[in-house]
Write a protein that binds this ligand. Structure first.
Ligand code: GTP
Ligand code: MG
Length: 359
């Protein structure tokens, strides 16, 4: 799964990227304003894996991962000017956005719009994305209508079926509403999946507070679904990300910090994508596997290997909390916490699973 970090020039995207990925990309008080992408894969924090690794004496621990792409170059007016192909691709290819809003004040770092106002900045980029989607929908509608005019009843049925859906999307965008607010059937979601609309993707809004601004003083409002927000000090977090794990632990102890904000952002962005993890544990390795929320045991088996899926017999499941409460797999079984589930069992976050399979 992939998240794109977006925001106006100089809001702290690359600083946040460094904080999340422990990266060391240069940041600058003067934005180039150019389209530029940087990508890195990070592990999703999950303390359950450490507990299971100790319980099973596993040789290896494999965490779920998420990919972040720092996408530089967005600015006011970009929707009207149109996007270059690579820029459009970078935005369309991600599963969701981390939208950075600048709340920090600094005379050394000019704001492209002349003043610090996170609410306005949110609306500026939202507006550009609405416009880009509207242009996309209108182009599609034009093509469909042309096809129907030329071919009449001989037109492809799939195209004829697309027309009312595109009209529905256009009506939504015409009202200034993002597509993520629409109630869409699974079928409709599938139908528009290939178009790469931007306002349908989930968003994690990250308010970059800086050292002085308090969270209470910069609330942002947004009226769309599939979104969350969180406030962090990106520059401080980027510095902390450079510390060794031991030094970071000392710092956290000293300041009574339970979790670094960057880690929280990673956790939030993972859950934003409507995915969760089931776990496997053993001497060889303890591992988190990513599946969509609502996925079945059969789908989960496929996440590990297609052979396991094809030979699926049963899933042996113990909920993580039951396993930890019992203290061992054996004790959990004795306590009646062990279940044999069939293919269509809906896997829960933290299920510890062994797949029985043939072949
Ligand atoms: N004072 C202060 N400065 C910050 C903070 N976060 C970022 N900066 C500074 O703001 C400038 C821009 O930060 P970047 O992370 O490069 O911002 P960006 O959004 O990636 O900018 P572009 O990619 O050029 O659009 C840099 O000089 C950062 O050091 C912060 O929390 N407080
Ligand atoms: Mg940058």
């Amino acid at each position: 799964m992939r998240l794109g970090i977006i925001g106006l020039p100089n809001c702290g995207k690359t600083t946040l990227f460094n904080a999340l990925t422990r990266g060391n990309l240069p940041t600058s008080p003067v934005s180039s304003g150019q389209f530029e992408v940087n990508t890195a894969v990070v592990e999703v924090p999950d303390p359950r894996l450490d507990v299971l690794t100790a319980m099973y004496q596993s040789k290896k621990t494999v965490r779920a991962t998420i990919t972040y792409t720092d996408i530089g170059g967005l600015d006011k007016g970009i929707g009207t000017g149109g996007l270059s192909g690579p820029f459009r691709n970078a935005l369309q290819q991600v599963d969701g956005f981390v939208h950075v809003l600048r709340a920090f004040r600094s005379d050394a770092v000019p704001h492209p719009l002349g003043s610090v106002d996170p609410q306005r900045d949110l609306e500026v980029i939202d507006g550009e994305f609405l416009l880009l989607d509207l242009v996309g929908v209108e182009n599609r509608l034009e093509k469909l209508q042309h096809e129907l005019r030329v071919k009449g009843k001989r037109a492809d049925q799939a195209l004829i079926d697309q027309l009312p859906l595109m009209e529905k999307l256009k009506a939504q965008l015409d009202q200034g509403q993002p597509l993520r607010n629409l109630e869409l059937s699974e079928e409709e979601v599938k139908q528009i999946g290939g178009f790469g609309f931007l306002t349908i993707k989930p968003v994690l809004i990250v308010i970059n507070l800086g050292d002085e601004v308090r969270e209470e003083d910069c609330q942002v409002r947004y009226n769309y679904r599939h979104a969350q927000h969180v406030a962090i000090q990106a520059a401080l977090e980027a510095e902390l990300a450079q510390l060794s794990p031991e030094d970071a632990a000392v710092f956290m102890e000293e300041y009574g910090v339970k979790e670094l904000s960057a880690q929280k952002v990673i956790r939030l962005s993972y859950h934003l994508l409507n995915i969760h993890s089931f776990l496997t544990a053993g001497e060889k390795e303890t591992r988190a596997w990513t599946i969509p929320v609502g996925a079945s045991a059969w789908q989960a088996a496929g996440a590990i290997h297609s052979d396991i899926q094809q030979g699926f017999i049963r899933a042996e499941v113990i909920a993580y909390h039951d396993l930890v409460e019992a203290g061992s797999e054996k004790a959990a079984k004795a306590a009646g916490k062990y279940r044999l589930e069939s293919k269509d069992y809906v896997v829960q976050d933290g299920d510890v699973i062994v797949f029985r399979h043939s072949g």
